[in-house]
Write a protein that binds this ligand. Structure first.
Ligand code: MN3
Length: 201
């Protein structure tokens, strides 16, 4: 089945004032929709047309001359689907349980993790993402350009922040670090903990 843009799990204005309603409309209805339609065009008629997007992103090498387009557009679909689900009007705060323990053990503290995500996102030259991933069983923060996803390097994405200008420019203009700080107020750490539990089970 062709990919579809998932409905947001909350209202467009639910993440205000941190993520504004106008940005959510453009970002979800226009940008994400474009990635989906281009990915579907590229995959139509190939053996990958009905495969889960995660599988496609793990096998980009098999896509020949379509690999770059699929990497960008199926990647865009995967990244944005994860992004919407990682935010909640009830988000913010700090993680608990096994995820919190792993964060403390790896980064020293939750504040250190946030600082690392912030620095990685703010330091990404041009468009891209900053990720919390599981890499060979260990937590790590990595950046990616464009719509690349760590899944293509064998890592498990647990949380990602979109640092393309379209994600923040309407409200934050050039102040990407301010947007990242605001975004932490809507991160759904319960969802991240679910992904961590699934990936470490
Ligand atoms: Mn985006």
């Amino acid at each position: 089945m062709a990919y579809e843009v998932p409905d947001l799990p909350y209202a467009y204005d639910a993440l205000e004032p941190h993520i504004d309603e106008a940005t959510m409309h453009f970002h979800h209805d226009k940008h994400h929709a474009t990635y989906v339609s281009r990915a579907n065009e590229l995959l139509e008629g190939t053996e990958w047309a009905d495969k889960p997007v995660e599988e496609v992103l793990k096998n980009l090498d098999s896509l020949g001359d379509k690999a770059t387009g699929v990497r960008n557009n199926a990647g865009g679909h995967y990244n944005h689907s994860l992004f919407w689900e990682s935010m909640s009007p009830n988000g913010g705060g700090a993680p608990s349980g096994a995820l919190a323990e792993a964060i403390d053990a790896t980064f020293g503290s939750f504040d250190e993790l946030k600082a690392k995500i912030r620095a990685t996102g703010a330091g990404q030259f041009g468009s891209g993402w900053a990720w919390l991933v599981l890499d060979n069983g260990s937590l790590a923060v990595v950046g990616s350009a464009n719509q690349d996803n760590p899944i293509s390097q064998g890592k498990v994405p647990l949380l990602g922040v979109d640092v393309w200008e379209h994600a923040y420019y309407l409200k934050y203009q050039n102040l990407r670090p301010n947007y990242i700080d605001a975004w932490f107020n809507v991160v759904d750490w319960d969802k991240v903990a679910e992904r961590y539990a699934a990936a470490t089970a």
